[in-house]
Design a protein around this ligand. Structure first.
Ligand SMILES: C[S@@+](CC[C@H](N)C(=O)[O-])C[C@H]1O[C@@H](n2cnc3c(N)ncnc32)[C@H](O)[C@@H]1O
Length: 226
C-alpha cells in the first residue's frame, strides 16, 4: 500500500510539483477515506510548463468533487437501492461513488475511467477502504450488464453527453450527480433532487457549483411513490 501511495504521489507531482497526497475522511459518506491532494496545494502563479501540464493532464482523481461527495451521501441514505446489485461508475476519479456503492452492499462494482492514474487511484482507495472493485478503462469492457449506472461530475465534457445514449445506460437505472449541469434535456432523464456539496479539498468554487443536481432515468420502482 505504501509503495502504491508513493507512486500515485509521484504521478501527481509530475503534473504539479510540490503537491502531496493526504488521506482524508469524506464527511457523510459511510466513513470513506481517500488519498487526495493536500489542502495547501500550490495554486500559483504557476510557471508556463506546469500550467500546460495541469491543463493537458489534470489530476482530477486527486480531488473528491462536490458531485462525488453528494453521490456518496445519497448512496449512504439509499443503501437498499444498491444491495446485491451490479453497478457501473463511469468516470470514477478517486473512486468515491464506486466505493460508496460497494460499502452499501453492491455485489459487483465496475469503476471505469479513461485516465490510467485515476484507475490506479481508484484501486488504491478501494483497498484503503477494504473493498475490491473491478476496474476498467472502457464501459464496453463490463462482463455483466449493470443494474445501476452512476455518473458524478463527468458531463463537464460536452462530448460525454453521448454516453447517455449508450445501450448500457439506456437499459439500466442511471443516476447522474452534477454540479455543472442544472438542466438535462437527455431523453428519459429527470431531475429529482439537489444537494449542497463542496469539493475536497475546497477549491473555493462559486456558490452555483455547490448545488449538485441529481438526475435519474425513470426505470426503477424504487423511486415510485407507494
Ligand atoms: C471531475 S472527475 C469526477 C471524479 C469522481 N466521479 C468524483 O465525482 O469525484 C471526472 C473523471 O471522469 C473521467 N472521465 C471523463 N470522461 C470519461 C469517459 N468518457 N469515460 C470514463 N471516464 C471519463 C476523468 O478521467 C476523471 O477522472
Amino acid at each position: 500500500m505504501m509503495e502504491q501511495l508513493k507512486q500515485l504521489e509521484q504521478r501527481l507531482r509530475e503534473t504539479l510539483p510540490g503537491a502531496k497526497l493526504e488521506i482524508r475522511s469524506i464527511p457523510d459518506s459511510l466513513n470513506i477515506k481517500l488519498a487526495l491532494i493536500n489542502e495547501n496545494f500550490p495554486t500559483g502563479p504557476l510557471d508556463q510548463q506546469t500550467m500546460r501540464k495541469v491543463i493537458n493532464s489534470p489530476a482530477y482523481w486527486s480531488f473528491c468533487w462536490g458531485s462525488g461527495v453528494a453521490a456518496a451521501g445519497w448512496i449512504k441514505e439509499n443503501q437498499a437501492f444498491f444491495v446485491g446489485k451490479t453497478i457501473l461508475d463511469i468516470g470514477s476519479g478517486s473512486g468515491i461513488a464506486a466505493i460508496a456503492a460497494c460499502l452499501s452492499g453492491a455485489k459487483l462494482v465496475f469503476a471505469c475511467d479513461v485516465d490510467a492514474d485515476a484507475r490506479a487511484a481508484t484501486r488504491y482507495n478501494a483497498q484503503l477502504n477494504g473493498r475490491k472493485l473491478t476496474i476498467i478503462d472502457n464501459i464496453n469492457s463490463v462482463s455483466k450488464k449493470p443494474d445501476v449506472v452512476l455518473l458524478s461530475d463527468v458531463l463537464y465534457d460536452n462530448s460525454n453527453l453521448s454516453l447517455l445514449d449508450h445501450p448500457l445506460i439506456a437499459e439500466s437505472n442511471t443516476l447522474i450527480f452534477d454540479s455543472r449541469i442544472k438542466n438535462l434535456s437527455a431523453k428519459g432523464f429527470e431531475s429529482f433532487a439537489t444537494r449542497c456539496s463542496c469539493t475536497i479539498p475546497n477549491l473555493g468554487e462559486f456558490d452555483e457549483f455547490r448545488e449538485v443536481s441529481i438526475f435519474r432515468s425513470d426505470r426503477s420502482d424504487y423511486f415510485k411513490p407507494d
